[in-house]
Design a protein around this ligand. Structure first.
Ligand SMILES: Nc1ncnc2c1ncn2[C@@H]1O[C@H](COP(=O)(O)OP(=O)(O)OP(=O)(O)O)[C@@H](O)[C@H]1O
Length: 800
């Protein structure tokens, strides 16, 4: 045995002893399970160096919980894995995309939750049509409007555990559900340094006064760094630096003078003070930022670790601005960056060390445009078409004039003369005849495809060739939403839509600003994957094909440094050829810049509850890639089971609790922070006597019990899927399979998948031989149709 292996073994032994001691204490005091119901907030999260897999700081914050009425109600049904769809589930369940809004404890988020008692216990007919409820709440007060935005996912039933079985399997439930502060005292010490224990049900913002001095940079340093960056930055950077505000201007009719000023060569950097206009702009943002940061700080401190989650979210999920003047650098802090902020292909090198100011999103946009503006060409979302950014200088009467270097492409930047009130301004297009107003080129067919938090999607016909497209009309800015947040949301989808090029990602044809509406014209797909799943007609091979196509889309995204973060059945559409496409990039983030190995962590509770990875509910920052992997596994499970394995990945959800049980560990935080075992090189040569398993917890693994541990989910899935699905739903993101490992899995490799291949200028379909794709009637092919039908049924039932 090598000395390294010996050392590792010894270390592990020691660790086990410590853990055993701690766990025994825990066990003797609090019963057998890893579960707890306390809502007391004790632990104070700290920012320390992350010794884990990433280079940036990871903070664990106490998790939120409410009294879990759902546990009991859910426990009254059985989780038999049969593909049955309950009408009451369809009505009662929900899934919502949580990005850009916060959970207000006493606010509408919780209130809008369908009451757990509404959860159906009978998993009966699948004839009932889904209700799509959504409880999105935007950061800037839109929550207060109590908007009921529907969510498609709400239509899938949740798997519900059998209380009898569960109790026997897991010991005494009530006893198991009580971890208290003493648990923390005894057990918390064995947790990694960079985290604090999950001891509460409230998500709180990191405590700001624990920021290590080395993360705090002085004003002078910041200015110096800004100066250096502005020296390094090329003219093209400075020229593009104000794109975000340009886009804002586009939507909010800023005066052309302001726009012009922001193009000024002296406006090299958002921190620049040389230009009055830019300084004002910058200052305005700083004021906002500091205000929200201060709020955030107030929330976490004054609220004694129970801040208003909205504030916490503002701190954690927006621009990571530390409170009250504290500054970080990207490099150390690894702040998350939204897609709207940066183009994945942009050269990151010198900008990696840009000071993280509130304006960093704009700074990141510099990176986005630095490369592209120098070439004056736009990344089109289609191979065959070159994208055109319209409304660019020079513009005559809204008709863009081709750039002299490239007659088919136009400058990306909106014109200094740009008038946002002029009609039919096409911001981006892959077509060359986008000069007429939108309404003169497209005819609305009257059919709604769906609506969500981001806007509503309608069917239109292009008059020139009678081709059908889907048009997303972005929602208007909420009253309480800042212009900045709104523009961020829009630009995210804009950047994605105009950049990505993959058969499994929806193609954006053009983006138009007309009559103060922003319209995104997309290729149309005939079916929502959700609708197909709900038809209950999918063959196993077809499910596998769809799954692999989703994975292929994810692989593409991850390969270019993007994570979707809101993968769910609702966000997959499928065309008549059986090609699945990912849509809705409103929550996507960049996790890696080109040429950089630094992981940019994401933050905020973003996604839809049943698809959320557990770490999203625990950590304030996380690697968004494993989050996508987890969600994709849940999508697969949903396609097979026709129900969600659990409602939310929190211990208050009984199904999830049981899934976490039987893992020889009493702490979810310990499970989630696990790192992969170090490789043992000489096991094959040296026979190590098999140690008797000594269980240090009250969650003794029992592989023969299908109701606890990973088997809880796996036993309902085909055996060949177990290996990789198990790895995809590994509670520890560090141990979860990455997309390349998944694609290399034997089962995945052997899945016959319908796909497109390049055939000269076109793409050609290659059909899998072992299945055909289910088609459903157009009246129920999309969420809107499903909802309409459901409403009609309901009305008919009511009138009887
Ligand atoms: N290209 C498309 N082809 C067909 N249907 C589409 C297309 N794009 C969107 N849809 C339909 O519109 C619905 C809403 O679209 P999308 O998810 O982009 O909106 P959203 O407002 O961001 O919704 P969410 O609340 O889920 O984030 C989708 O679930 C789908 O049914």
């Amino acid at each position: 045995m090598s000395s390294l292996t010996k050392l590792l073994q010894e270390k592990r032994k020691n660790d086990t002893t410590v853990n055993a001691a701690n766990s025994n204490t825990l066990g003797s005091q609090h019963g057998p399970s890893l579960l707890r119901t306390t809502s007391k907030s004790i632990g104070i999260p700290t920012d320390r160096n992350n010794s884990g897999t990433t280079t940036s700081v990871t903070t664990v914050v106490p998790i939120e919980s409410e009294d879990d009425e759902s546990s009991s109600s859910m426990a009254s049904s059985s989780f038999d894995g049969k593909p049955m769809i309950s009408s009451s589930f369809l009505t009662a369940n929900f899934a919502h995309t949580a990005h850009m809004y916060s959970r207000e404890r006493s606010g509408s988020f919780i209130n809008n939750y369908n009451h757990p008692n509404e959860l159906a216990t009978s998993l009966g007919s699948n004839s009932a049509l889904p209700a799509r409820r959504n409880s999105r709440h935007y950061l800037n007060g839109s929550a207060s409007s109590n908007r009921q935005i529907p969510s498609l996912s709400s239509s899938i039933p949740y798997a519900v555990p059998n209380s009898n079985k569960d109790t026997s399997a897991n010991g005494n439930h009530s006893a198991s559900s009580s971890l208290t502060s003493s648990w923390l005292e005894s057990y918390g010490s064995s947790m990694p340094n960079n985290i604090s224990a999950i001891d509460s049900n409230i998500i709180t913002s990191p405590v700001v006064n624990s920021v290590e001095p080395r993360f705090v940079i002085s004003k002078q340093k910041l200015q110096k760094s800004a100066q250096e960056n502005s020296n390094n930055a090329s003219a093209s950077v400075s020229r593009s630096s104000s794109f975000s505000s340009q886009l804002g201007n586009l939507f909010f009719s800023k005066s052309s003078k302001d726009i012009h000023n922001s193009y000024s060569p002296s406006h090299n950097n958002t921190n620049s003070t040389s230009n009055g206009s830019s300084t004002n702009n910058s200052n305005t943002y700083h004021v906002q930022s500091n205000a929200s940061s201060a709020d955030s700080a107030k929330g976490s401190i004054a609220g004694n670790s129970i801040p208003k989650p909205m504030r916490a979210r503002q701190y954690s999920s927006s621009r990571q601005q530390p409170p009250s003047g504290t500054s970080y650098t990207d490099h150390f802090f690894g702040s998350p960056t939204s897609v709207q902020d940066v183009h994945p292909h942009a050269p990151p090198i010198q900008n990696q060390s840009l000071p993280r100011s509130h304006n960093s999103s704009i700074g990141d946009l510099k990176r986005f445009f630095k490369k592209t503006s120098s070439t004056n060409s736009l990344h089109a979302s289609s191979n065959s078409n070159s994208g055109i950014m319209m409304g660019s200088p020079p513009v005559t009467n809204g008709i863009p004039v081709p750039n002299s270097n490239n007659p088919t492409s136009l400058n990306r930047m909106p014109s200094a003369n740009y008038s946002p009130h002029s009609y039919g301004d096409t911001i981006y297009s892959t077509t060359n005849n986008a000069t007429l107003p939108f309404s003169k080129r497209y005819l609305k067919t009257g059919d709604d495809l769906g609506a969500g938090a981001g806007g509503s999607v309608k069917l239109v016909k292009r008059l020139s060739d009678k081709k059908i497209f889907a048009v997303k009309e972005f929602r208007a800015k909420f009253e309480n939403e800042t212009k900045r947040d709104y523009v961020k949301k829009i630009t995210s989808e804009y950047c994605i839509g105009t950049t990505l090029n993959n058969p499994n990602i929806i193609e954006t044809i053009e983006i138009v600003y007309e009559n103060e509406r922003i319209l995104q014209v997309m290729e149309y797909c005939d079916y929502d994957l959700f609708a197909i799943v709900m038809s209950n007609k999918m063959s196993y091979e077809e499910i596998c094909c769809c799954f692999k196509q989703i994975l292929t889309g994810v692989q593409y995204l991850h390969s270019i440094g993007l994570a979707h973060r809101d993968l769910k059945l609702d966000n997959c559409v499928i065309n008549e050829k059986g090609i699945v496409k990912l849509i809705d990039f409103g929550a996507a983030v960049v996790f890696s810049y080109p040429f950089s190995k630094t992981l940019v962590e994401a933050s905020g509770i973003v996604g839809s509850d049943p698809y959320l990875a557990p770490e999203v509910c625990i950590f304030s920052k996380y690697d968004p890639r494993p989050v996508d992997i987890w969600s994709t596994a849940i999508i697969f499970a949903c396609m097979i089971l026709k129900k969600f394995p659990w409602k939310i990945p929190k211990l208050r959800d009984n199904s999830f609790k049981l899934f976490c049980s039987g893992r020889d560990c009493d702490s979810l935080s310990a499970l989630v922070t696990r790192t992969p075992d170090p490789p043992s090189y000489d096991n094959s040569m040296v026979q190590i006597p098999e140690e008797k398993p000594s269980h240090s917890s009250h969650n003794v693994p029992d592989p023969s019990n299908p109701n606890i541990g990973p088997q809880r989910l796996l036993h309902s899935l085909p055996e060949e899927t177990h290996h990789i699905i198990n790895r995809m739903v590994d509670l520890a993101p560090a141990c979860r399979a990455n997309i390349d490992e998944i694609m290399n899995d034997e089962w995945i490799r052997n899945i016959e998948m319908c796909h497109m291949i390049d055939d000269g200028f076109n793409r050609k379909l290659v059909h899998a031989s072992d299945h055909t794709h289910t088609q459903v009637d157009q009246s129920e092919a999309h969420i809107a149709g499903l909802e309409k039908k459901k409403k009609q049924k309901q009305e008919a039932a009511d009138s009887q």
